[in-house]
Write a protein that binds this ligand. Structure first.
Ligand code: ADP
Ligand code: ADP
Length: 231
């Protein structure tokens, strides 16, 4: 079976800055992959290319065998909304909405009725151990709680891939570990793959496989199998 998500020869420059210089990788269904490397290495750019947010200058991204570059903007948008979930470091919750409304929002955008959307959102808040924050706004809860609400929101649509960019970056180590445990546990239970960008080895420790990006490249790992072999 082909990998769920596969990138081949990705290149991307911003002016004279080469962010990605020929990256290939594959992510299998249900796999948790950590993308590691120093600041400025190209990790976020890689995540954005894989998620169909940024168009690479060269190379291809295939989702379930379909090349994203051949899809229309509308198709890519639907793909992102229905198959992908996103968790970022900060600021992804809508401050004017309650935590419950934030988690229900992706379902409301898919025209799920309010009652059903809120029922499913409540289940996810329970699962992420933040039931108590339902009626509060993001500004009224702790950073760790807000991040667990963000994870609930990323999972509520039952995505096949969760893209997480430094999801624990704003948390202390205990809060970060809790978010990672809940995120990877929920992903395993639902069969979602996770593409996790982090520079923290402890966070990467929750993954099945680590990929190191340096200067826009993925040097071949010294041991084990190269991700390119799955292509
Ligand atoms: P990382 O996530 O590993 O820190 P990034 O992918 O964010 O790395 O950035 C890789 C390189 O590309 C850096 O030199 C960064 O400054 C540059 N870069 C990333 N995004 C942009 C952008 N939108 N405009 C200009 N330069 C960018
Ligand atoms: P930026 O580089 O500033 O992020 P882009 O030039 O990448 O902006 O423009 C983003 C556009 O590229 C969006 O319309 C997006 O849907 C599209 N896009 C994202 N990923 C891909 C892909 N893998 N192949 C082709 N187009 C893509």
């Amino acid at each position: 079976t082909p990998p769920l998500l596969a990138a081949e020869g990705l290149r991307k420059s911003y002016g004279r800055t080469v962010a990605l210089d020929g990256v290939s990788l594959a992510v299998a269904a249900g796999e948790v992959v950590a993308v590691m490397g120093p600041s400025g290495a190209g990790k976020s750019t890689l995540l954005h290319c894989l998620a169909g947010i940024t168009r690479p200058d060269a190379g291809r991204v295939r989702y379930q065998g379909r090349e994203m570059g051949t899809m229309s903007d509308a198709e890519r948008t639907v793909l992102r909304r229905t198959r992908f979930g996103f968790v970022f470091q900060f600021g992804q919750l809508v401050p004017e909405l309650t935590c419950l409304e934030n988690v229900a929002l992706p379902l409301r955008m898919e025209k799920v009725r309010r009652h059903e959307a809120e029922r499913r959102a409540t289940e996810w808040l329970d699962r992420l151990e933040v039931t108590g924050v339902s009626g509060k706004r993001p500004g009224e809860v702790s950073g760790g709680q807000a991040q667990r609400v963000a994870v609930a929101r990323a999972l509520v649509t039952a995505p096949q891939v969760i893209f997480a960019d430094e999801p624990t970056g704003a948390l202390d180590s205990l809060g970060g570990e809790r978010v990672m445990r809940l995120l990877t546990g929920a992903a395993r239970d639902t069969g979602a793959a996770v593409v996790l960008v982090t520079h923290e080895p402890r966070v990467a420790g929750y993954s099945d496989r680590e990929i190191v990006v340096r200067d826009g490249r993925t040097p071949s790992p010294a041991k084990g199998t190269s991700s390119a072999e799955h292509l």
